[in-house]
Design a protein around this ligand. Sequence first.
Ligand code: ADP
Ligand code: MG
Length: 334
Amino acid sequence: MIELHDLTKRYGKTLAVDRLSFQVPQGVVTGFLGPNGAGKSTTMRMILDLDRPTSGRVTIDGKRYGQLSEPLKYIGALLEAKAVHPGRTARDHLLWLAQSNRIPERRVDEVLALVGLTPVARKRARGFSLGMGQRLGIASALLGDPEIVMFDEPVNGLDPEGILWIRNLMKRLAGEGRTVFVSSHLMSEMAVTADHLVVIGRGRLLADLPMPEFIRRNSRSAVRLRGPEPERLLDVLARAGLRHEPGPDGSYEVVDGDIARLGELFAGQGVVLHELSPQQASLEEAFMQMTADSVEYHAGDGPGLDAAGAPTEWGAGWKADGAPQNTTARQEEN
Ligand code: ADP
Ligand code: MG
């Protein structure tokens, strides 16, 4: 188990990690979600003792990383910056790592097979695609057969097949009882990967809860109604005792409304509707709302699109003041 106690990191004036305390449980995939610049990579580097905390502490099975002998047998990590010598072959890179942790040579071939790199094991890393490099990084992380694995934004830049492969691998590792800690700046990715969710913004803990609980709390459904005679529309709702909220463009939203019943109700009353549509607040929106104060990027900064067509930066669809620009909801893809 990884435990953080009041973990803090300051770089000059930047408070990168601000008194973070949480635990990463065993046997599940824990998603570490936050906008760019939230402090995810800094936190992960501190877990691995690659960066010294300004204050607070982090332990792995009760010990600091530096106190672990042969640390690859406890924790394996894939960090953002990859440290593979471009002139080395995949196999040589792993052998070199294995030797420093007294890991037998046959484990090198095992992990190469596990990540599907056996055919290119003797090719130099220089010629590797992003996906192959990522697989080699994962092979390094798994080399010591560690109880804990940590991946920093592992799906960034990967094609859909690579993304699916990593997702399934993480689930399998957790299924074997390991602790899997994975960061992402994409809610959509976490929603389909993580069992547990830790959200940070500006270095601070914003949420720490099971994924189903996050989904339950944050996926609001409503029926949107719009018509040419708003007074009559509201009158029908009031007489039926239906709670409603104002929606965009002069519409009204009935929270948890039954769309068929509403259609029949308005037809029965002879009140014309121009819109009767189901609305599902997306997890994306919930996450943006949660981190609205802590985004480094806002609309207008020109967010790019990733392979899946999702915005790569925060702020897409949001005004600079943090208010939703467009409440048209999108169903989470599962
Ligand atoms: P994330 O991984 O969530 O995108 P990071 O941990 O990379 O966030 O960064 C958190 C904050 O700390 C950012 O404001 C970033 O600019 C700053 N930061 C990260 N590493 C350094 C460093 N080595 N020196 C100075 N500032 C840093
Ligand atoms: Mg990062």
